[in-house]
Write a protein that binds this ligand. Structure first.
Ligand SMILES: NC(=O)c1ccc[n+]([C@@H]2O[C@H](COP(=O)([O-])OP(=O)(O)OC[C@H]3O[C@@H](n4cnc5c(N)ncnc54)[C@H](OP(=O)(O)O)[C@@H]3O)[C@@H](O)[C@H]2O)c1
Length: 257
């Protein structure tokens, strides 16, 4: 495999590395010459991933909803491996809501994991990156964070928050040499979407997603969004007047809801 602009001694930290996009990204970064600290809750899955990559992937099991554990893990990675240069926060989950039987517990779970958990990770890496005047952070949000689609309110809402947060934080971090990128995938084939029983247009593989992420972060892009067809459709949809918008989203209502 051809090496890109990334040098061999770099250290990356990936959350959500036991599965899906995070796992594919960990393996892709090893191919790019990184040593990767891989976090998720499932220690066995991380150990299996590490064994695929010799000593290039090291397992740091972690629940990102535990603020103290996140801070301690980031500190341990830096003590063991050196400064974290790339951090990609992929840990997250997808829950659907049913508007007629709205369940605030699902909302709480989405907020605690997708928003606050990711916030714990940001908090854990920013100080040392700012002190060094360099670093790249990728937050995995989603194209569903662009606009509210039926069933996708609590998930998309959690991802909208990450998009807004990244937009707000980007300039000040950039001034300190730290690039904060927002990564907005469309449908990617992973255990998360394997549960879906509806059509997933423009579905791509986790390996393709990892290629997009590495390419975009190498170029210090702010938004890394893919595949382009899904991005275009949803960015156009959110600009429509509500009359037209709901005429389209009403067609997405499920028969079995
Ligand atoms: N697949 C898609 O189509 C798609 C589209 C847009 C955005 N995304 C986003 O991409 C990210 C990765 O999704 P994926 O499709 O790769 O899903 P996935 O295969 O289900 O992976 C999710 C990862 O998050 C980890 N995780 C979940 N809860 C955690 C916690 N409390 N602490 C630490 N790790 C935790 C899981 O590992 P453990 O269970 O071992 O903890 C797993 O490694 C998510 O943020 C998702 O919202 C996915």
């Amino acid at each position: 495999m051809m090496m890109s602009s990334v040098s061999r001694s770099k250290i990356a930290w990936i959350t959500g590395a036991s599965s899906g996009i995070g796992r594919a990204l960990a393996l892709k970064l090893v191919g790019e010459g990184f040593r990767v600290a891989a976090s998720a809750r499932n220690a066995d899955a991380l150990a299996a991933l590490a064994s695929e990559a010799g000593d290039s992937i090291l397992a740091y099991p972690l629940d990102i909803t535990d603020r103290d554990a996140v801070k301690a893990t980031a500190a341990r990675i830096e003590a063991d491996l050196g400064p974290i240069q790339w951090a990609v926060f992929s840990a997250g989950n997808y829950l659907r809501e049913r508007p007629t039987a709205f369940d605030s517990e699902k909302l709480r779970q989405m907020v605690e994991l997708n928003i606050v958990g990711t916030g714990h990770c940001l908090e854990a890496v920013i100080p040392s990156m700012v002190a060094r005047g360099e670093g790249r952070i990728g937050l995995i949000a989603s194209v569903s964070g662009y606009t509210g689609l039926p069933g996708g309110g609590i998930y998309g809402g959690s991802k909208s928050m990450l998009i807004t947060l990244a937009e707000a934080m980007h300039p000040e971090l950039a001034e300190k040499g730290v690039t904060l990128s927002i990564i907005n995938p469309g449908f990617v084939k992973t255990p998360l979407t394997d549960k879906n029983d509806f059509p997933m247009p423009f579905l791509i593989t986790a390996e393709e997603a990892a290629d997009h992420i590495v390419h975009g972060m190498s170029k210090r892009r702010f938004e890394i969004a893919f595949p382009w067809q899904m991005v275009l459709i949803l960015k156009l949809l959110r600009r429509l007047p509500y009359g037209l918008y709901f005429a389209i989203t009403r067609k997405m209502l499920r028969k079995d809801r």
